[in-house]
Design a protein around this ligand. Structure first.
Ligand SMILES: [Zn+2]
Ligand SMILES: [Zn+2]
Length: 153
């Protein structure tokens, strides 16, 4: 298993998201673009609250209702994936059309930290399982709960 470094996921997702939004008839600019730009810089998932906070320091103020509405739009267009981390907290991260960017998550039930990881054996095992199922498997999201090094009892 490899945990992933927090490198920026560049602008290719932003370009993909912008094109998809335009195709779906959404206008460019405003809060939607600000949120896409912000998400493009994230290497892993952020909560709506964190996104709202990050936007507050920017040039324009984006309200909470708008953040939630835009995240819902992005999720519906399969541009972001929504990760449930417990305590009714969802986090959102860019969903790359390029599957090599895929990763899964560890969640610390102590401090709530979200740690991205990728395991190629696990991915292959899931592909084998998918092939046996009478079901067309698309995306998956896997969240392993436990305790991080700092919270381990
Ligand atoms: Zn992630
Ligand atoms: Zn922890």
């Amino acid at each position: 298993m490899t945990t992933m470094s927090h490198q920026a996921t560049s602008h290719d997702w932003a370009a993909h998201a912008t094109a998809t939004l335009a195709e779906a008839g959404y206008r460019r600019g405003g809060a939607r673009s600000a949120i896409v730009e912000l998400l493009a810089k994230q290497s892993c998932a952020r909560s709506a609250l964190e996104i709202e906070d990050a936007l507050r320091t920017g040039s324009r103020r984006v309200g909470r209702a708008t953040v939630y509405r835009v995240l819902e739009e992005l999720e519906r267009l399969e541009l972001v994936s929504r990760i449930e981390v417990g305590q009714q907290t969802a986090r959102y991260e860019p969903l790359h059309p390029d599957r090599t960017r895929h990763h899964d998550h560890l969640v610390c039930d102590g401090c709530g930290d979200l740690i991205p990881f990728r395991d190629d054996d696990l991915e292959r095992a899931l592909q084998r399982v998918s092939a046996r199922l009478p079901f067309m498997v698309g995306e998956h999201e896997l969240v392993l709960h436990g305790h991080c090094a700092g919270c381990r009892p």
